[in-house]
Design a protein. Structure first.
Length: 197
């Protein structure tokens, strides 16, 4: 799993001889301090935080740098949403756990593990897609244009879901690592290329 605070960089994927940018849209990551947190106390210490337990059981803490939200639960579980990289998600969790210490909770932050829950990326294939045709050709796909303009296509190794749009824009969700993202996008490219032949 690597060091909790280890940084990762954005990456490029190869596509038919040219370099194609895979843009990270959202990274969801979590950690658990395994201590009960007084969210009422924390609300008084953290600026840019909201806690309305009758609407949502967690405290929402918004950070400006990186620009993300962390969801802090009484159980000690912390979830970061809205990060644009795995490094930003880890940095946000690092800042959040340091701020939690301000209310007197003692724990060793070096022993915390970060789990990447979901990486959502966008890719532009650089060509139009015939979604009506792909709906018949791709197994595990759903396409109901009256309800949603994209085709939903699922693969299981790695386990991700793609949203394919006729413009050639693709959204990939469900990956747990950057390697899984690259593998999934390469697999999609290969399948689309094979269908075109």
């Amino acid at each position: 799993m690597g060091n909790f605070w280890e940084l990762e960089v954005d990456f490029m994927a190869e596509k038919t001889g040219q370099i194609q940018k895979i843009k990270i849209e959202n990274v969801v990551a979590s950690t658990d301090i395994k201590k009960i947190i007084s969210l009422d106390k924390l609300l008084n210490v953290l600026e840019s935080s909201e806690y309305e337990p009758e609407q949502f059981p967690g405290l929402v803490y918004r950070l400006d740098n990186p620009k993300v939200a962390t969801l802090i639960f009484r159980s000690g579980k912390i979830i970061c949403v809205g990060a644009r990289s795995t490094a930003a998600a880890k940095e946000a969790l690092k800042k959040t756990v340091r701020n939690i210490k301000k209310i007197g909770i003692r724990f060793n932050e070096n022993n915390l593990k970060v789990k990447i829950e979901n990486i959502v990326v966008a890719v532009n294939l650089g060509r139009d897609l015939n979604l009506d045709q792909l709906a018949f050709q791709l197994e595990n796909s759903e396409y109901e244009p009256e309800q949603f303009p994209g085709l939903v296509y699922r693969i299981y190794d790695p386990k991700v879901a793609f949203l394919l749009f006729s413009s050639g824009r693709v959204v990939c969700a469900g990956a747990k690592s950057l390697d899984s993202v690259k593998k999934a996008v390469a697999k999609l490219e290969a399948q689309l290329k094979a269908l075109k032949s």
